[in-house]
Design a protein around this ligand. Structure first.
Ligand SMILES: Nc1ncnc2c1ncn2[C@@H]1O[C@H](COP(=O)(O)OP(=O)(O)OP(=O)(O)O)[C@@H](O)[C@H]1O
Ligand SMILES: [Mg+2]
Length: 441
């Protein structure tokens, strides 16, 4: 139902319109002056104002302008005298929905109002749709464009508040840790700790104490009490990175803790209860490890309640252009004023396979940003062909290319630190600097 205001200084005209509009099912209020209508629309919900053009006090045009200032969503129909087309044009320019000339044809008015009704319904549907979309796709720091990633983001939005364990699998550099952190950040645990444990980095004999903590004197070298990761992560999220590396004997203990939600510090008989959300990640195929008895099936099932498989970058190339822009922006601060990438260079990236996935893409862009002269990254600064057979016409050219690829590799491995790269190559910084200029300028 539309809520309509009628402004006309002619009483009989007001009444005719009111009767007609009421019959159409509108809620109608009438005013003899623009001023009083303006006061009313500030307080009451209004969809449409039908205003006469010529009135004492504020004219129809002035009223229209003020209505649009108060609430641009209100649609205005201006009633003009027959034959005054300039007035109609002016009203349209000032944002009127439409105009209608006197004497008012009621059929015509009905059509115009129906159109406003449709427009309103459409706007509402749009809004609902937008709300739904926002609900589905949460705000994150993850950069993507591909459908595959969008599905993953929607999934983590839906499951972030559940306590079920998540197992994130994907090749190296695909963003497993980023996904794990995002799950935590989207959850109602976000104000508690996110504790990351790199299971590949803990020596086997220290595993238990690392996870569950120990009392002073629990073993040689335990000279003070120490909280384990489970305790620190309490009420938050425990991220078990490289989970495939957990030794088999620890897997048993881990499973028990996950099932019973309690544990003891080493050397203590006190039981501590724990409330942690587990997110585990691996770039190994855990299922195969289970089949080969290198990972316990029961722990695998316990962790794999919500599986997330992140596709390699080569299977979601749509993400490459947005990631490139993102990394250019991230790394071109201060001295490097890089704005973009050439079409040819982007094409090269789109053809490249990225064994190191997004981490590799970031390294490539970071290096290009630091070496490029000018504001656009061009193909030669990507160094994507260095692993292929060394090109070149003759010995000199081949040697030069080989030298170039060695320098590139050394810079790469040393985060573009020329001092360290020079050390690694066994040349002076001056020499390296000279060669960098020679080859990469
Ligand atoms: N979609 C993305 N948007 C922005 N940055 C990303 C994205 N994916 C990954 N990154 C960045 O790439 C780098 C590698 O990601 P991350 O460490 O999460 O990968 P990983 O899968 O855990 O790798 P690994 O298997 O080597 O541990 C990080 O710096 C991360 O922030
Ligand atoms: Mg990782």
């Amino acid at each position: 139902m539309l809520s309509v205001c009628v402004i006309d200084d002619d009483k009989s005209q007001r009444e005719v319109l009111k009767d007609f509009l009421t019959d159409l099912g509108c809620e109608v209020r009438t005013y003899s002056r623009g001023e009083s209508c303006l006061e009313a629309i500030k307080k009451r919900n209004t969809d449409v104002v039908i205003t006469d053009y010529k009135m004492p006090g504020l004219s129809g045009i002035e009223t229209l302008e003020k209505i649009k200032q108060i609430n641009p969503q209100i649609q205005v129909i201006v009633v003009t005298a027959y034959g005054t087309i300039e007035n109609a044009v002016k009203a349209m320019q000032l944002g009127a929905w439409d105009y209608i000339s006197k004497p008012i044809e009621m059929d015509e008015l009905e059509i115009k109002l129906n159109r406003i009704k449709e427009h309103k319904t459409l706007l509402k549907e749009n809004e609902i749709l937008k709300e739904k979309m926002e609900l589905l796709t949460p705000e994150t720091d993850i950069i993507y464009r591909s459908k595959k990633m969008e599905e993953i983001i929607n999934l983590i939005g839906r499951i972030s508040n559940r306590k079920s364990s998540v197992l994130v699998q994907g090749e190296t550099g695909t963003g497993k840790e980023l996904i794990a952190r995002t799950i935590h950040d989207l959850s109602d645990r976000k104000d508690e700790n996110f504790v990351a444990v790199n299971c590949a980095a803990i020596p086997e004999n220290l595993f238990e104490s690392e996870l569950f903590g120990h009392e002073k004197g629990a073993f040689t070298g335990a000279d003070s009490q120490r909280k384990g990761r489970f305790e620190i992560a309490n009420k938050g999220t425990l991220f078990l990175d490289e989970v495939g590396e957990i030794p088999l004997n620890i897997q048993v203990k881990m499973l028990r803790v996950l099932q019973e939600e309690e544990f003891q510090r080493l050397g203590s008989s006190e039981t501590i209860s724990t409330d942690v959300r587990i997110v585990a990640a691996t770039n190994q195929d855990l299922k195969t490890m289970v089949d080969e008895d290198r990972f316990r099936a029961d722990l695998y099932f316990r962790l794999n309640v919500i599986p997330i498989q992140i596709p390699p970058l080569s299977e979601r190339k749509d993400d490459i252009p947005v990631l490139v822009d993102h990394f250019i922006e991230k790394h071109s601060h201060g001295e490097h004023d890089v704005e973009g990438i050439s079409t040819e260079a982007l094409d090269l990236l789109l053809k490249y396979e990225f064994p190191g996935n997004i981490r590799e893409l970031e390294n490539i862009i970071e290096r290009a940003v630091s070496l490029v002269r000018g504001s656009t990254i061009t193909s030669e600064y990507l160094f994507l062909d260095s692993d292929e057979e060394i090109g070149g016409q003759d010995l000199n050219e081949k040697v030069a290319n080989y030298e170039k690829s060695l320098i590139k590799k050394a810079l790469d491995e040393n985060n573009n630190n020329q001092t360290r790269a020079a050390q690694e190559l066994g040349v002076s910084v001056t020499t390296l600097n000279y060669k960098v200029k020679k080859y990469f300028d």
